[in-house]
Ligand binder design. Structure first.
Ligand SMILES: *[C@@H]1O[C@H](CO)[C@@H](O)[C@H](O)[C@H]1NC(C)=O
Ligand SMILES: *[C@@H]1O[C@H](CO)[C@@H](O)[C@H](O)[C@H]1NC(C)=O
Ligand SMILES: *[C@@H]1O[C@H](CO)[C@@H](O)[C@H](O)[C@H]1NC(C)=O
Ligand SMILES: *[C@@H]1O[C@H](CO)[C@@H](O)[C@H](O)[C@H]1NC(C)=O
Ligand SMILES: *[C@@H]1O[C@H](CO)[C@@H](O)[C@H](O)[C@H]1NC(C)=O
Ligand SMILES: *[C@@H]1O[C@H](CO)[C@@H](O)[C@H](O)[C@H]1NC(C)=O
Length: 555
């Protein structure tokens, strides 16, 4: 009897131990893989990359084609992070990256502390936590730039994450004279993990509404690209032409076709109190990292030696500033256009801009500098497209139209919600037409698959446009870094913008479109970051666009 009971107890202890262990393991896996816990998930399938878990029970779209699905997976994998540091335990902020303890050091380089134009400069960043212990894992989101204020010169750095708590920032040396390194911790890796989770689990963290009205009846209901299923019937406002999904809860007493407008209704913050501490301005969000030694070097004239790329960073910057002027690398020569040069360049041309307010800035810029360009008064508030300007004498048309939902805007009539792909399909263009696309800022609050899907439909339209309207020039403005003024994370963050930027660049690669790298143009400039970059940067962007429209003639 005794023996049996003893054995049984031993067995149950082992059993209990195994169960607890299994539970810990499962919880740990769930943590690592960041499954969405709140909906019925019958089967949990561990996967290699957490980015693959992009679909949510209440948010599943059929990809348009197997190729689209494959491309989506490849792109998501290409932007997946090598490592996912988690907040080690509650109350463990102490063990996350502290920019105040972290430092960078300029490495002596191949020539032992002598640099010439054309060389690369490498700075090693060592991160430490709030207790002053070196960090042993990677994943922090850092940015770096090299500046010379006097010369108004600047270039963005490229990063290598060594996954051991240290990072290399690599800069191309492009001007003679002083060059000062600036490094910023945008988010510790633990915060990036939280952002990634929020982005996947809460595709509806920003919510939208629509007003439905018929006669004297009116009702407002929530809308989104995915709606959590409830008993309430849903109106399917998926765009039939482009296939872009959009849904609203059906109004009780009105039919789905009485939808009048669309607007941003609000947002939720899904962070725990502990997680919120990962997003403290001035503490661990967009804070400078100081140099352990000198933070600047003197760059000597080009020494004529054969340049061998010495670092592990393959890609070059897309350009740099010199005397406040953006010089693109590996593409066109950016020329400077004064008022009369802009008019000469755009004579007889139409510039069609589509996207968000960051490309509307280009529209506004042209209207401000060109005296002959007169904006039609279409009696629309600025956020409601379309905007149109005409210079009759020189036969110049400049227009702007915003993209469709998920547009975070004040109420906008349904008839003005146009999917850019459809607009491009309807465009009768040719060698005198310039199409400018700037589509990113309203997608940084959605899961990446929604952005990829949108770009796939736009790209399809672009390919067709180039095919059937030869000579049309297509320019794509990428996303940029923003300030912390508009209280953003975790709702929004440069982290999401950078992911969007990478996706955008990957998706238009190899097409006959010209990218204007707003990401680097804002990072490399000495002016403060802003969702809507200040005029000197816009001028450089517009000059870049015009340089594609009217390339410099040589000889
Ligand atoms: C969730 O689970 C419940 C009960 O198991 C089931 O009735 C319901 O259909 C499930 N919902 C979804 C979206 O799978
Ligand atoms: C981290 O890895 C890099 C690259 O392998 C190496 O140069 C550096 O010394 C390592 N740092 C630490 C603290 O181990
Ligand atoms: C919404 O409508 C589109 C287009 O008709 C259709 O393809 C899609 O399956 C519908 N979605 C739902 C959830 O009913
Ligand atoms: C819908 O109509 C019913 C009956 O006319 C009314 O009681 C109810 O308040 C209406 N609901 C809404 C949301 O307008
Ligand atoms: C770095 O900058 C300081 C102050 O601007 C300057 O005095 C110093 O000479 C510079 N150092 C190098 C190596 O250029
Ligand atoms: C504008 O630039 C052109 C050369 O691009 C130059 O010939 C012209 O004089 C300039 N006009 C003014 C008003 O500066």
């Amino acid at each position: 009897m005794k023996t049996t009971s003893c054995t049984r107890r031993d067995f149950s202890i082992i059993f209990l131990f195994v169960m607890v262990y299994a539970l810990i393991f499962v919880l740990h896996q769930m943590d690592i893989l960041q499954f969405q816990p709140e909906v019925n998930s019958t089967i949990i399938m561990p996967r290699v990359s957490p980015h693959r878990i992009v679909n949510h029970r209440f948010c599943t779209f059929q990809p348009r084609s197997p190729q689209d699905a494959l491309e989506e997976r490849l792109i998501l994998d290409s932007i997946a992070r090598p490592e996912n540091p988690l907040l080690p335990s509650p109350n463990s902020l102490e063990q996350t990256t502290d920019p105040a303890h972290s430092t960078f050091t300029i490495l002596p380089g191949r020539k032992g502390g002598q640099w010439h134009v054309g060389d690369q400069l490498e700075a090693m960043i060592q991160t430490f936590d709030f207790q002053g212990h070196p960090k042993k894992s990677g994943g922090d989101f850092l940015t770096a730039s090299l500046h010379n204020r006097k010369l108004e010169a600047g270039v963005a750095g490229q990063f290598v994450d060594h996954l051991n708590g240290s990072y290399s920032a690599v800069f191309s040396l492009l001007w003679e004279g002083d060059a000062r390194v600036e490094v910023t911790l945008v988010h510790p890796g633990e915060a990036v993990t939280v952002l990634n989770r929020i982005n996947r689990q809460h595709p509806d963290r920003v919510y939208y509404k629509s007003l439905y009205r018929s006669g004297s009846l009116s009702e407002t209901t929530p809308c989104n690209v995915c709606l959590r299923s409830t008993q309430q019937p849903v109106c399917n406002h998926t765009d039939l032409r482009s296939g872009e999904p959009w849904f609203c809860y059906k109004p009780k007493n009105l039919s789905c076709d009485t939808r009048i407008n669309h607007f941003k209704a609000g947002y939720d913050n899904y962070l725990s109190a502990e997680e919120n501490k990962l997003f403290q301005s001035g503490v661990n969000m967009k804070v400078s990292i100081q140099a352990a030694g000198p933070s600047n070097v003197t760059v000597l004239p080009e020494d004529g030696q054969l340049k061998v790329k010495s670092s592990s960073v393959a890609s070059l910057p897309s350009g740099y500033y010199y005397q406040g002027v953006w010089r693109a690398l590996g593409g066109i020569t950016v020329s400077q256009f004064n008022t009369s040069a802009i008019t000469q360049c755009l004579k007889g041309k139409a510039v069609h801009m589509y996207g968000d307010s960051t490309v509307r800035q280009w529209f506004d810029f042209l209207n401000a500098v060109l005296p002959g360009l007169k904006e039609f008064d279409l009696h629309n508030p600025r956020h409601i497209a379309p905007l149109k300007s005409l210079d009759n004498e020189n036969n110049i048309l400049v227009s702007y139209r915003c993209h469709a939902p998920p547009l975070l805007s004040l109420p906008i009539p349904i008839r003005e919600l146009r999917y850019t792909a459809n607009e491009l399909d309807d465009l009768d263009a040719g060698p005198n037409d310039v199409v400018v696309l700037g589509i990113w800022a309203h997608f940084t609050t959605s899961p990446m698959d929604i952005y990829i899907r949108r770009l796939q439909s736009i790209r399809r339209a672009v390919v067709q446009l180039l095919d059937t309207n030869p000579g049309t020039l297509v320019i794509v403005r990428t996303g940029n870094s923003r300030s912390l003024n508009d209280k953003v994370p975790p709702l929004n963050s440069d982290w999401y913008s950078l992911q969007c930027d990478k996706v955008l660049k990957a998706m238009f690669k190899g097409l006959k479109v010209h990218l204007i790298d707003a990401w680097e143009m804002t990072l490399a400039h000495h002016l403060p970051l802003d969702l809507h970059p200040p005029p000197p940067i816009i001028e450089n962007m517009v000059n870049s666009m015009l340089s594609y429209v009217c390339p410099q003639k040589h000889g």
